[in-house]
Design a binder for this molecule. Structure first.
Ligand code: ADP
Ligand code: MG
Length: 707
């Protein structure tokens, strides 16, 4: 028997249309980027040529102003044509090197600090004419220019007299280098087919792709950096269309996958519901009905359960898992941290054990014999319901029959982790949950491949949390207040911010605050952070939950899910450094019990207007969806959750706070395109494939029959 090469093992490059290859070559294939420069560019944009194309100027410098020296105004950028009169090397190390220049109208001095004479004499030979460009300064009657941006022979004047794009930089790269490499990258652009509908382009007065991109990198006016010009909107639309098409293709693909029809649990649910000390909210009932309907279909379920902190997602997940178990299969619940997994176990175990179900916990901490025993039980079907962390999909973990998987705090996991867990069973139905309120617009860009259920109602009896915003200078007052509260039995979270660049600094800040508060309050102050070992963390959390500790100093490890209903005060230091969604999550740790709760947001000043507005939103509302929408409005989508790990896509050209209107259009467009040409096999379909590859949505193309 002859073995055939498997398509899936071919590198992706082979699938990508060859005309795009120059753009997906490593940056080092560009002139001027050697192994020394490559890491800098990598940090700035990425490692492929195409990454440079998306690196748009942040501003421009207009160098078209060419006055005579005598008329050059102070403080303005000018391009001057001057004759070199004399070099005036510095007499001491402290004084700059000066070069006197002239034109018919007067004199000007070029100023160089630490100037190297041999280099300067080569650039500016006495008696010759040069074109210089930079900021003109006037002191009394002296005209000067410090470190001109450009010095070129007169013949090259036109190259300087332009509107120069100014690119965002990173250490190790100069403006000139980046501008130059972007230009070289642009030259790599092949002639690409038009993928947009010509009638739509005409109606919008949008240019074609190549002129649009060229226009942004070679601005013809200082308008070119404005995000709302036609060229920019065109490119934003390209990116959004690629995003929407890709999501819909993946979704269509999912729809075709076989699933198993699982009926809603009856007996088990009745038992569990009877054991619950509360009845479900209307929102919970609705979400569960939506899940039941999905599971009953012989299709693969992929549903997002969205609900604010404390909205009661866990119970919904549990009731859904029961359906898989009652059907004789297994269900898994995966959480991003050990603390969370353990907490889920503590909530769920007593309920399901009473109903005779076998439940187990599997985390990275289980090793050796104990782990082997769990794995054996799982493989033999002696466990109905498994709760755990990443450990749940490790290679040696096998399930007798996994039919349903829940992923809690899904933004903490990558798509591939979701898929790995799914691959542990046959046609696994998937419920992903998030407490991150995602604005509707962003929902479309990132979860367009999922069905969505929303828990928009909190269980009854929740206490509102009153929020105050105070400068760090008021810390002593806050500490006094906390002192009084803990004398009355209160429990307090004190959160220190994460310094992303430095875990050591991070740790130092938490430890320092812990020391400080321990001096004030004595033994009742605990500390928990990401660097601690699992058992130590658990011990501290347990002590806080039991009341042995009354103050818990923490990093954002407590952000997700931690549930201590007796805690009523949340203090967040340097609140201005957190994303609003994160602040919202943290605040959700209090107001879970019967006591009146409060939150203090301490900020390091002075605050920008935007930062002030953001904290004001936190003070004004507790509605996560409003907070998320406002955050999007104030900061733009890219920053909404602060970090990359948010799971939201990062757009290079589209800015949803400005181009949000284009998203709905792109969605309609994508719908229409796929309705007419689901396999993208038409002439335009071929061009759209190019678009998808250009924006690196390769995975979506591979869902097509001839992808
Ligand atoms: P989250 O959505 O943040 O994961 P949880 O599922 O942890 O919320 O629920 C928060 C708390 O609310 C838990 O203590 C849970 O037992 C309780 N709870 C859930 N549903 C209800 C309900 N319908 N009525 C009262 N309490 C509920
Ligand atoms: Mg939860």
């Amino acid at each position: 028997m002859r073995s055939r090469p498997s398509v899936s093992h071919q590198p992706i490059e082979i699938m990508r249309p060859a005309l795009l290859n120059p753009l997906f070559a490593p940056l080092t294939t560009l002139a001027g980027i050697g192994p020394k420069m490559a890491p800098h560019y990598q940090r700035l944009v990425g490692d492929k040529v195409v990454n440079l194309l998306w690196h748009l100027p942040a501003s421009v410098i207009d160098r078209r102003f060419t006055p005579p020296i005598a008329e050059a105004p102070s403080g303005r950028v000018a391009t001057l044509t001057v004759q070199i009169d004399a070099h005036l090397p510095s007499s001491s190390a402290k004084r700059p090197y000066r070069v006197r220049c002239r034109d018919d109208s007067g004199f000007l001095h070029l100023i160089f600090f630490h100037g190297r004479e041999d280099w300067l004499r080569r650039q500016l030979p006495e008696g010759e004419w040069r074109v210089i460009s930079g900021v003109v300064e006037r002191f009394n009657d002296e005209v000067q220019m410090t470190h001109p941006d450009h010095i070129v022979p007169v013949a090259e004047k036109d190259q300087v007299m332009t509107i120069e794009p100014v690119y965002p930089l990173t250490a190790g790269l100069t403006a000139k280098m980046v501008a130059k490499t972007v230009r070289t990258a642009l030259e790599r652009l092949p002639d690409l087919p038009e993928w947009q509908d010509p009638a739509w382009l005409e109606r919008q007065h949008w240019p074609a792709f190549l002129p649009a991109l060229t226009n942004l990198h070679h601005p013809d006016s200082d308008q070119a950096i404005i995000t709302d010009i036609p060229a920019r909107r065109r490119l934003a639309y390209d990116e959004l269309l690629a995003n929407q098409l890709a999501l819909m293709m993946v979704r269509a693909h999912m729809r075709k996958l076989k699933g198993r029809a699982i009926a809603a649990a009856v007996t088990l649910r009745a038992q569990i519901l009877a054991a619950l000390p509360f009845s479900l909210t209307a929102a919970q009932i609705r979400a569960l009905a939506e899940i039941d309907a999905d599971m009953a279909q012989p299709l693969r379920m992929l549903r997002l359960l969205q609900g604010d902190v404390g909205s009661g997602k866990t119970v919904v997940a549990l009731l859904a898992m029961l359906s898989a178990v009652e059907a004789g299969a297994q269900a898994a619940l995966m959480a991003p941290t050990e603390i969370l997994a353990r907490q889920h176990l503590e909530t769920i175990a007593p309920l399901v054990k009473a109903a005779g179900l076998r439940v187990a916990l599997l985390t990275g901490r289980d090793k050796g014999k104990a782990r082997e025993a769990i794995l054996a039980d799982l493989a033999h079907g002696h466990i109905d319901l498994i709760i755990g962390t990443h450990a749940l999909f490790q290679q040696d973990v096998t399930y007798a029959d996994l039919a349903f998987a829940v992923i809690d705090e899904q933004h903490r996991f990558g798509v591939h982790q979701r898929l790995e867990l799914a691959s542990k069973g046959q046609a696994v139905d998937m419920l992903v949950m998030t407490a991150t309120p995602i604005p509707r617009t962003l929902l479309l860009t990132s979860y367009g491949d999922m069905d969505v259920s929303r828990l928009d109602e909190k269980p009854p009896g929740r206490q509102p949390v009153s929020t105050r915003v105070l400068p760090l200078a008021r810390m002593d007052d806050v500490i006094d207040g906390i002192g009084r509260a803990i004398t009355g039995g209160a429990r307090v979270y004190w959160v220190c911010p994460l310094v992303e660049e430095s875990e050591t600094l991070d740790l130092a800040a938490v430890e320092e605050r812990h020391r400080h508060l321990s001096q004030v309050f004595g033994d009742g102050v605990g500390i928990v952070h990401g660097k601690m070992k699992g058992p130590d963390k658990d011990k501290v959390m347990a002590d806080f939950a039991s009341g042995a500790l009354s103050v818990l100093v923490a990093t954002t490890v407590i952000e997700v899910g931690v549930n201590v209903p007796e805690a009523t005060i949340m203090v967040i230091e340097h609140a201005e450094r957190f994303g609003l969604a994160q602040l919202h999550q943290l605040r959700g740790r209090v107001g879970r019990g019967t006591g009146a709760s409060s939150c203090v947001l301490l900020y390091g000043g002075p605050l920008s207007e935007t930062a002030k507005a953001r904290l004001e939103i936190m003070r004004a509302t507790e509605d996560g969806f409003i907070i998320a929408e406002e955050d999007l409005r104030l900061r733009g989508g890219g920053e909404i959750l602060g970090t990359r790990q948010s799971g939201l896509p990062e757009f290079h050209l589209a800015d949803l706070s400005i181009h949000g209107d284009l998203l709905a259009a792109a969605r309609d467009d994508a719908n229409l395109i796929l309705a007419r040409d689901p396999e993208l096999s038409s002439h335009r379909g071929a061009s759209l494939r190019v678009l998808l590859y250009l924006f690196e949505r390769d995975g979506a193309v591979h869902t097509l029959r001839s992808g």
